[in-house]
Write a protein that binds this ligand. Structure first.
Ligand SMILES: Nc1ncnc2c1ncn2[C@@H]1O[C@H](COP(=O)(O)OP(=O)(O)OP(=O)(O)O)[C@@H](O)[C@H]1O
Ligand SMILES: [Mg+2]
Length: 507
């Protein structure tokens, strides 16, 4: 069927169409890639995932990349690319003799179609993080659940300590029957995430703390409790003791975490960290960054993230100033903003992510200016997301109860939900398999509106105390029926367990 020699493939040139070269350049800028082959691989992958074979690309006047660069070393993905392509050609043209010419043509066609599909995805997504999300969650349709693989991991002990068993939290008594109502946080088929709503003084914080301390007692997992609005939780020594947590008041105390850890690993990591920083900065600022400013942040910081470890906000400030000076650019907000942010030492790179996230913390933001508060939280979520990505899946018991690794709880979550930064959304949507559980408390159901499409689906337990809010979309979505929340008595809430609405006397 084929007499293709792999060495010939590695030395052959693969050429695209002229329009592809143009679009590739645009993607290099958008994605912060450093080489054409990265865009080419993304395009090939995108097109290979389509259910039909691409039409023939118009011309062959575009750039060329040799096979070795395009596909990578034989034992580092090269053979995999080759087999994917050959399999693809074979599945649509079973009788076709696969020669080098046929392969080159197929690459050209897939590359051409892929880059156009990516462009549509880009337009649909609107920005970098949505684009990445769209590719990994909707285009690649990777499974949410998979069997646990015993991968060797740096946190060997941690992994061995993870115990998979059902963890049932007591919510309170059923208002009608008086029976105890429990919710198994880590069961199969729903997410271990809790959203608590209700008007001021209705009992949100109290409920969240009750559930968290119970979780901690049952599992001893580290808890990261964030009071995004007040300093209320900093003044509760009994809470800190119950959670085994250290209390930090931001911004007068810095978070002892190497927030950009791992950026020096390779140039892809540096790019990811730089892009995440740029997105976080953009979302943290009231007015955001212009496209030009975004480019400059990227250009100024990438070299820093490539080569330096234990980066501080001071380092970021200096790198940006240097970049503006070296390129004779008139200082603008990009230069002044880090200056303002550096009035506080928001982070101190003393602990590695693994050391930091394996302890319990109560972080309160009562006195932090809005932009610093948001930036600190966004960078913290980015760091947690990167840390969780390096971990193997959390094990499950024979009844599919997933071991819980850590809990993150956000009281007064409104400013975070409002900012639509994807950090919180990633916590809620992407790390269930790593054993993360998320608790959020926010007054109005409206606060949860306008998040990404599948956000609501990831709320395993909605809890609503008395509220006059009429955000029917969110409440109907979470509770699946029209309910009256405005007549709830003090201490009573409505929730849904196994598709059944329950009225609970929480306290
Ligand atoms: N452990 C407790 N025992 C008795 N009463 C409590 C306890 N904790 C809180 N309360 C009271 O319960 C009520 C609800 O408090 P909570 O702080 O949970 O409300 P909330 O919904 O978080 O309000 P806010 O939106 O203002 O943060 C308050 O009147 C509070 O004083
Ligand atoms: Mg509260």
């Amino acid at each position: 069927m084929s007499d293709i020699k792999t060495t010939n493939v590695w030395f052959a040139n693969f050429t695209s169409s002229a329009i592809v070269s143009k679009k590739t350049k645009e993607f290099l800028k958008r994605l912060g890639f450093y080489s054409n082959y990265q865009v080419a691989r993304l395009s090939l992958g995108r097109s290979l995932g389509e259910p039909n074979f691409p039409e023939s690309a118009d011309d062959a006047k575009g750039q060329s990349i040799n096979g070795h660069t395009l596909f990578g070393e034989e034992d580092n993905g090269g053979l995999l690319w080759l087999s994917l392509l050959i399999e693809n050609i074979h599945s649509f043209y079973p009788d076709k003799e696969i020669s080098l010419d046929v392969l080159q043509q197929a690459v050209k066609d897939h590359w051409h179609r892929g880059v156009f599909l990516l462009e549509q995805d880009w337009k649909e997504a609107g920005d970098y993080s949505n684009f990445v999300e769209l590719l990994i969650t909707r285009r690649a349709t990777l499974p949410n659940e998979s069997n646990y693989l015993a991968i060797n991991d740096n946190n060997g002990n941690q992994q061995n300590n993870l115990i998979a068993k059902a963890v049932a939290l007591n919510l309170g008594k059923d208002k009608d029957s008086g029976e105890l109502i429990q919710w198994t946080i880590n069961g199969q088929g729903y997410s271990p995430n809790v959203a608590i709503m209700g008007q001021a003084g209705a009992g949100k914080t109290r409920m969240m703390l009750k559930l968290l301390t119970e979780l901690r007692t049952l599992t001893n997992v580290p808890v990261l409790l964030i009071d995004a609005g007040k300093d209320e939780l900093a003044e509760r020594p009994e809470l800190a003791t119950a959670l085994g947590a250290t209390v930090l008041k931001i911004p007068s105390q810095a978070i002892p975490l190497d927030i950009f850890a791992g950026s020096t690993l390779n140039s892809d990591s540096a790019r990811d960290v730089t892009m995440a920083f740029r997105e976080s900065l953009d979302k943290a600022l009231v007015k955001g960054l212009t496209d030009n400013q975004k480019m400059r942040v990227l250009e100024a910081l990438k070299p820093l993230f490539v080569k330096q470890e234990n980066i501080t906000m001071q380092d970021i400030k200096k790198a940006i100033e240097q970049y503006y000076e070296d390129n004779s650019i008139k200082p603008d907000r990009v230069v002044t903003i880090p200056n303002e942010l550096c009035q506080y030492k928001l982070f101190e790179p003393t602990l590695s992510p693994s050391e930091f996230f394996n302890q319990s913390w109560i972080l309160t933001f009562g006195n932090a200016p809005d932009e610093s508060r948001r930036l600190t939280m966004f960078l913290l979520f980015d760091a947690l997301h990167r840390y969780l990505q390096t971990l193997p899946e959390s094990p499950m018991d024979e009844n599919n109860h997933r071991a819980i690794r850590m809990a993150i709880a956000i009281d007064e979550a409104r400013p975070l939900l409002d900012a639509k930064h994807d950090g919180l959304s990633k916590m809620v949507r992407l790390h269930r398999s790593h054993g993360l559980t998320v608790f959020m408390a926010s007054q109005s159901p409206d606060d949860y509106a306008g998040q990404s499409d599948d956000y609501m689906e990831q709320i395993g337990l909605p809890i609503c105390f008395k509220t006059n809010a009429t955000s029917t979309t969110v409440l109907n979505n979470m509770f699946k029926s029209k309910l009256n929340f405005s007549a709830l008595e003090l201490g009573a809430c409505l929730t849904v367990i196994e598709n059944k609405t329950c009225k609970v006397e929480a306290f």
